[in-house]
Design a protein. Sequence first.
Length: 307
Amino acid sequence: MQKDFVSIADLTIDEIDEIFRLSAHLKKEGKEGKEHHLLKNRTLAMIFEKPSLRTRVTFETGMVQLGGHAIYLGPKDIQLGERESIPDCARNLSRWVDCIMARTFTHSTVLELSENATIPVINALSDKEHPCQILADFFTILEHKGRLDGLNIAYIGDSNNVCNSIILFSSIYGLNLRIASPKGYEPHTSILNEANKMQTATFELMVFNKPESAVKDADVIYTDVWASMGQEDEKIKRLKIFEDFQVNTDLVSKAKKDVIVMHCLPAHRGEEITDEVIDGPHSVVLDEAENRLHTEKAILVKLLKAA
Ligand code: CP
Ligand code: NVA
């Protein structure tokens, strides 16, 4: 494993498989009441420039379950880059704790932390990627479908950080990915170039401007908010632009009968997804949320055992 987990592209297919195996093991034995103090007395510093429910709770709970602990550093605590430079923050934390997890506005902040820290740095969401989320999501798909190979994944909505990580994962794993976004909100060329550089032979990506085209024969339908954190002032404008990109019962009926519907959460019910779908029989959103815990424990063990 590389020192850091900043991007899905930091992992090879073998490393992803290893993380999934360890996640399944920790999940199963954890539910049987077995303790795994694999990170006894180790400390994780968690830097948050943005709000969080799932990421904060799963990383902190994960560290405690592994015998260590976590320290929450919110925006007002350290004022990253204002009270102190990003490199100075990374160098100081490296003297006290064993790992840094960071949720930042710009991706360059996570990169600057990783370049200046001597301990592992984990990207817990930046404007470019959300790699921890996507590991949990594909682990969830594997649990529900029993395989990843040959599945048709449809992503509907904004080609944002979550979508970028799905693109990179799909290119490493050689999956069929169909994205439907409004004109002007399709994936950036830079992420497509990155994906093309690493792709395995079976990777197939199609981009549409109509959700119906992307969900045809889909095994998985994935959606996310139309305005991500940091884009709040575009919310009203985006509500209009994305109105035809809602994942609702009609759209789900156009996919395979056993399609699963995914959302990283938090969801804006009634916007990108309806209550009926998110609370309905195809939805696996709470499995995704639960699996954040199990996959993040596996990532922490892999990074910290190697460090
Ligand atoms: N999905 C996710 O990262 O949730 P939070 O923003 O609540 O951490
Ligand atoms: N794309 C969303 C994901 C939230 C977990 C955001 O960045 O706000």
